[in-house]
Design a protein around this ligand. Structure first.
Ligand code: ADP
Ligand code: MG
Length: 488
């Protein structure tokens, strides 16, 4: 088959300048492919996702299709690329790879074959440059929101999010916000420690909201990016345009808002943006590593305003959730053989956060695949020595409470309750004592974890157990045993 267009491949092997654009024959083939897609997926998919696309070039091995925004490109990649490839293949009569790239003019070019400009390769979109994103956007005819919006990871969906006790509230809240057209909780504030799935949930929300209504203008970005854009706007004396960009969105999502702590001007601007959106009944979704009231370095009025909607926390994972996540990841990594005891071992030992858990699974499976062997427990222990040691030192208060309750045979709920009966009061003090010894948590934090007790209660418990352990050898044995079990 003849080459339909000439391509300059000098730029990192990606398509560079497209010289002859939209060959009439190619356009005809594109229309045939799109017609088949429309027949298969229906008019609404066609109008939302296919009509805005256009073919840019084709050669023997690949067809390059342009989408007007990065989000569209991601979405088509995720949902329609397989069928798109099938239909191209049928049209051309030989195997081809269909590649997507961001090109705001792609659809127009397919409609009329004139006027070529070099499209921006997708991998470059969104890279930092000296010009504010909204100015770049104006120049490239890309929507301003799209230029500001961080890429949404196609792997982070509600489907791939495993729900357990520690994250079910945050998950339910996110689902609710994603599925309602109106504004329910404003803002939705998600918080939790590092690597526990906040960003995953934010991306899942963005996917879901946009897929339900592609016309809703969703802007997702990190608080850090918000600050950089704001600082640039100040430098370019263009804060009006900056404000307008943000105020035109339907849904604003800001990840890791703790970043703007102690950055006064940024906070101020963020607060105005936030209020303007909430006043106009636009949905705002925020994530942070701690609750609104614990956000030090952020002005009181902002903290309190952030807590007005729904505040949902993600706790540390428990064993069952970790095991569930590992199983789900393993299903996605087709063809990797990992013994069940390995998954159990990982779920038991890698307790810090989900990111490390995933990393551990990737490491052992990569190792096994290089060595051409299945993943066994021995291999796992060896490959992950360093990680396991690090995790052993990072026992959580939840685990301490559970182990202590088990050991003394009391119910966890009683351990956390206000009951003063000696049979639960002493184990409770032991658990507080071990929490102080084995974790880096402060006394107030420990108090909060024990049913919201005061830090002086924790201090008293620590002192008391310290004294008793000198006098009571069997208590000392108990403590030594528990420390060992907990890896202290
Ligand atoms: P955070 O933003 O809270 O630091 P992330 O959302 O980046 O954490 O999550 C870290 C990694 O763990 C990601 O790869 C994410 O997909 C994964 N992850 C976290 N929680 C879950 C979960 N409940 N189910 C599946 N994957 C999860
Ligand atoms: Mg994150």
């Amino acid at each position: 088959m003849d080459k339909l267009t000439m391509q300059d491949e000098s730029q990192q092997g990606r398509v560079g300048a497209l010289q002859s654009q939209a060959d009439p024959k190619l356009v005809e083939q594109w229309h045939a492919v799109v017609a088949r897609m429309r027949k298969e997926f229906g008019d609404s998919v066609y109008n939302s996702w296919l009509k805005p696309l256009g073919v840019l070039s084709a050669d023997e091995k690949r067809v390059v299709v342009g989408a007007p925004t990065r989000f569209m490109s991601d979405w088509v990649q995720k949902n329609y690329i397989d069928r798109l490839s099938d239909f191209w293949q049928a049209e051309l009569g030989h195997p081809v790879v269909v590649e997507l790239m961001v090109n705001p003019l792609a659809a127009d070019k397919t409609a009329d074959a004139a006027g070529a400009t070099a499209p921006e390769p997708q991998s470059k979109a969104g890279q930092a440059s000296a010009t504010p994103a909204y100015q770049q956007a104006a120049r490239s005819e890309q929507s301003a929101t799209d230029a500001l919006c961080a890429p949404i990871d196609p792997r982070y969906t509600f489907d791939s999010f495993v729900v357990g006790k520690s994250n079910e509230l945050a998950h339910a809240a996110a689902r609710r916000v994603a599925s309602s057209e109106g504004v329910q909780f404003n803002p939705l504030f998600l918080y939790g420690g590092v690597g526990l799935g906040k960003t995953h949930l934010m991306h899942a929300l963005a996917w879901e909201i946009r897929s339900r209504n592609p016309n809703r203008n969703v802007l997702y970005l990190s608080a850090e990016k918000f600050m950089y854009e704001f600082v640039r706007a100040l430098r370019f004396k263009d804060t009006m345009a900056f404000k307008e960009q943000f105020r035109s969105v339907d849904v604003l999502m800001v990840d890791d808002v703790q970043f703007i702590a102690n950055k006064d001007a940024t906070q101020e601007e963020f607060f105005h943006t936030f209020n303007a959106l909430v006043d106009h009944n636009r949905q705002v979704i925020i994530s942070a590593d701690r609750s609104p009231s614990d956000l030090e370095g952020i002005e009181e009025r902002i903290r309190s305003r952030l807590g007005w909607g729904l505040v949902a926390d993600i706790h540390a994972t428990d064993y069952e959730l970790r095991l569930g996540i590992l199983q789900s990841k393993l299903e996605q990594m087709q063809g990797v053989e990992v013994h069940d005891d390995v998954l159990e071992f990982l779920a038991k030992r890698i307790t810090s956060n989900v990111r490390e858990l995933e990393g551990a699974l990737n490491r052992v499976s990569a190792h096994a695949s290089l060595m051409g062997k299945p993943v066994t427990l021995d291999v796992t222990r060896e490959v992950l020595q360093d990680l396991i040691r690090a995790n052993d030192r990072r026992v959580t208060i939840d685990e301490i409470q559970r182990s202590v309750a088990d050991y003394f045979n009391v119910r966890l709920a009683d351990l956390l309750s206000a009951r003063r009966a000696r049979a639960v009061a002493r184990p409770r003090q032991v658990a507080m004592y071990l929490s102080k010894q084995l974790t880096a948590r402060s006394l107030p934090e420990i108090g909060r974890k024990f049913g919201g007790r005061d830090h002086t209660t924790v201090m008293h418990a620590v002192k008391r157990i310290d004294e008793l352990r000198e006098l009571d050898a069997s208590l000392d044995d108990d403590l030594q045993h528990l420390s060992r079990v907990l890896g202290g």
